[in-house]
Design a protein around this ligand. Structure first.
Ligand SMILES: C[S@@+](CC[C@H](N)C(=O)[O-])C[C@H]1O[C@@H](n2cnc3c(N)ncnc32)[C@H](O)[C@@H]1O
Length: 166
């Protein structure tokens, strides 16, 4: 299973996925998680797997904090078992992404707001090109992908909107 966290910021999404998958005990699965962001300093922080107290307080269940992190002074260090499930690269979403795929699942959340309509459409087309047929694209809860019906089918899965690649 190949998963891409695009615009991954400091890596919380990629590592959250890694922890969730570890909790599912998917022994025998080959799982690859890629996190990318265009800001190299945030990519460096993601690679370090080190988080401030205020960051681990934002929605991380205490059970997962105690299981997968250890204290590092006043901060928290993510375990190597989780860190090695994700790798991080510096990538600008406005450049070609052809070499990145194929992925089964792409998260591209809360970044489209930075782009004009034309750039957003070009990025959505590129994201489609990185997905396996039937693969899922997840955008931020306040974001949508209008005018891309030729590439994606919009589905509601429980309370989430999912775009499946045609
Ligand atoms: C609001 S944060 C969202 C982070 C994360 N996806 C989330 O939902 O919490 C936006 C991120 O997009 C990144 N970003 C902005 N423009 C970008 C671009 N052209 N290519 C790649 N990343 C970009 C920023 O560096 C930042 O980490």
């Amino acid at each position: 299973m190949r998963i891409w966290s695009a615009a991954a910021s400091t890596g919380q999404e990629a590592y959250s996925l890694a922890m969730l998958l570890l909790e599912e005990n998917l022994a025998g699965w080959n799982i690859q998680i890629l996190g990318t962001d265009f800001a190299s300093q945030t990519v460096e922080r993601a690679r370090s797997g080190k988080y401030y107290q205020i960051e681990v307080n934002r929605g991380l269940p205490a059970k997962l904090l105690l299981k997968y992190f250890r204290r590092a002074g006043v901060d928290w260090q993510l375990s190597d078992a989780v860190r090695q499930m994700a790798r991080f690269e510096t990538i600008d979403l406005r450049q070609s992404m052809r070499a990145l795929g194929p992925f089964d699942l792409v998260f591209c959340r809360n970044v489209m707001i930075y782009f004009d309509a034309e750039t957003k459409k070009a990025i959505l087309q590129q994201l489609h090109g990185t997905l396996n047929r039937g693969g899922w694209l997840l955008l931020g809860s306040a974001e949508s992908a209008f005018g891309v019906e030729e590439w994606f089918e919009r589905l509601t899965v429980e309370s989430a909107t999912v775009y499946t690649a045609r």
